[in-house]
Design a protein around this ligand. Structure first.
Ligand code: XBP
Ligand code: MG
Length: 252
């Protein structure tokens, strides 16, 4: 590969469709376990996703929908609910309920063969990344990643650039060496604020997001027999997101 040295992958919505049938279901299970009558249906969860970070999302929900009836010790309650949510979420992953999106494994394998680093830049909790990686890629697969930049390792979550800057710093690489792979408006804002070329694979929750800064928007990474649909951008004749296309976007 020419200049491309690392792929910086977002997790939720990019590696896998974790939100609708993963985090959302797990939040609801935690609420029920705690005897709360909160319920996040698919539509409401789509609105709440505008706030990144599970704890921050619950605070936002309380501010918006329980303004006059905030529970006592809300901060402590949210910390407990978040831990309980992640236990449910990781159980769903272990049961194999959340597969990788189409083309993710192919792209990761292509990168590894070519000596291009694969890395993670996400707002989710580190143990959620481990569970997703191990349940989809196998027990030793955490070693495949050059760095896992996740959750509260940085002061500010996406859309701030911190997590991408942290990942590049740990890799000793700059924006001329890396591309970001994202799925959402908050992800694009974060990656662009870090100065990165950004490729977006939209999903059901993000296809109407404001993705203006993205360098390419497709509906999936794709496979040769199930290629992507291009939403915006120049794919130079490619049918899937591969290293040649990413290199072209990086230097273009
Ligand atoms: C997605 C998020 C996360 C997850 C839940 O981040 O915003 O909050 O919804 O995970 P990304 P936590 O797409 O950057 O991976 O509850 O662990 O925050
Ligand atoms: Mg995402």
């Amino acid at each position: 590969m020419g200049q491309l040295k690392a792929l910086l992958f977002d997790v939720d919505g990019t590696l896998a469709d974790t939100e609708r049938e993963g985090h959302r279901v797990a939040f609801n299970a935690a609420f029920e376990d705690a005897g709360l009558d909160w319920h996040w249906d698919e539509g409401l969860y789509g609105q709440l996703l505008k706030v990144t970070g599970g704890k921050q999302r619950m605070h936002h929900y309380l501010d918006k929908f329980h303004e006059g009836s905030q529970p006592e010790a809300a901060d402590e309650l949210i910390i407990e609910l978040h831990a309980a949510k992640n236990i449910h979420y990781q159980a769903l992953l272990r049961e194999g309920k959340i597969p990788l999106r189409n083309g993710v494994l192919r792209l990761i394998e292509e990168a590894r063969k070519a000596g291009v680093i694969v890395a993670i830049a996400t707002t989710t909790t580190p143990s959620n990344v481990t569970s997703l990686v191990e349940s989809t890629l196998g027990a030793g697969a955490m070693d495949w990643f050059g760095v896992i930049a996740a959750g509260d390792m940085v002061p500010n979550l996406k859309p701030a650039p911190d997590v991408f800057l942290y990942a590049m710093d740990k890799l000793g690489l700059g924006v001329e060496d890396c591309v970001a792979l994202e799925d959402s408006a908050n992800g694009v804002k974060s990656a662009k604020a870090a100065g990165l070329k950004t490729i977006v694979t939209v999903n059901g929750y993000t296809r109407d997001d404001d993705l203006r800064g993205a360098n390419l928007i497709v509906d999936q990474f794709g496979e040769e027999d199930s290629p992507f649909n291009v939403i915006r951008g120049d794919v130079s004749g490619h049918a899937v997101v591969n290293l040649a296309l990413l290199e072209k976007i990086l230097v273009g």
